[in-house]
Design a protein around this ligand. Structure first.
Ligand code: ADP
Ligand code: MG
Length: 271
């Protein structure tokens, strides 16, 4: 006989399967020829163990997409899959319709993909200016033009350009990392938890900067632990759970979805 507990458990699982199926249907009807598109992606680090379990996602030209989800859900792995930094076992990833599944990070930079990892995202021994030069090592002639663009977004990077990145605060370093990723003029920027480890005031600043960057025409796919704030600023959000997208909707709708609140925002929002 099945116990009441295992019955409730299997009912919850069945409901979750329904949510995954609904999210996939939404994806298939909306993704079209999106700028970035992932379909049914399975990926992992260790043979036989998948961290992404059939993940779908799309980001349209000019969109700011946010991805939230519990710790260990596979958010960073999702960004790594887009950057060829983890083994993609099946499914497809496209950029402007071109298959980029498994393409390496340096090839993607040339195709207009920028990436800011969560940690170790600046060269501490180099100055701010040298960090920004690293972002444009393949096109050094464009430095002054791109530096002007980045300095307009982050004026402090200009005034302190000779300072070593290692001497900066966490918030300032985050600006350097974002500035470096913006130097090659990417069409899409992938950000892994840009507000992590920052004070609430600096977190706010990061989110404002993201909107400003997006307003200059750069599409953004952002992974965030500050779920509520992320949903407030993004055009569209995804809730990633166990390597799949359980929900997708506008940031506002997700924030007001009782299921999302109950399952994810209740604990996540305290961050
Ligand atoms: N380099 C790695 N090798 C093996 N397993 C990893 C590696 N990086 C992450 N994982 C595992 O993948 C899962 C998802 O991790 P991650 O994508 O970092 O989650 P999130 O960013 O949502 O917190 C976790 O169970 C984690 O232990
Ligand atoms: Mg992560």
């Amino acid at each position: 006989m099945t116990s009441p507990l295992s019955k409730a458990k299997s009912q919850a699982e069945a409901e979750r399967e329904q949510d995954y199926a609904a999210a996939r249907e939404k994806h298939l009807s909306a993704a079209g020829d999106a700028l970035v598109r992932l379909d049914d992606v399975f990926a992992g680090y260790v043979p036989g163990v998948n961290i992404l379990n059939g993940c779908d996602l799309h980001c349209d030209e000019g969109e700011l997409v946010g991805i939230i989800g519990p710790n260990g859900a596979g958010k960073s792995t999702l960004l790594k899959a887009m950057l060829g930094m983890v083994d993609v076992r099946s499914g497809s990833i496209t950029l402007r319709g071109d298959d980029i599944t498994g393409a390496k990070a340096h090839q993607l930079v040339a195709k207009g993909v920028g990436f800011v990892p969560q940690t170790n995202n600046v060269f501490p021994r180099l100055t701010i200016e040298e960090n920004l030069q690293m972002g444009l090592y393949h096109e050094p002639k464009k430095f002054s033009e791109r530096f002007d663009y980045v300095a307009e977004l982050f004026p402090a990077l200009k005034t302190r350009r000779k300072q070593r990145a290692g001497s900066l605060s966490g918030g300032e370093r985050q600006m350097v990392a974002m500035g470096r990723a913006l130097m090659p003029n990417p069409s899409v920027l992938l950000l892994d938890e840009p507000s992590a480890g920052l004070s609430p005031a600096l977190q706010d600043e990061v989110f404002i900067r993201c909107r400003q960057i997006n307003a200059t025409g750069v599409s953004i796919i952002m992974v965030e632990q500050n779920a509520r704030r992320c949903l407030q600023i993004c055009d569209r959000g995804y809730v990633l759970d166990q390597g799949r997208n359980a929900y997708t909707a506008s940031g506002k709708d997700l924030m007001n979805d009782p299921k999302v609140i109950e399952l994810y925002l209740g604990t996540l929002a305290k961050a």
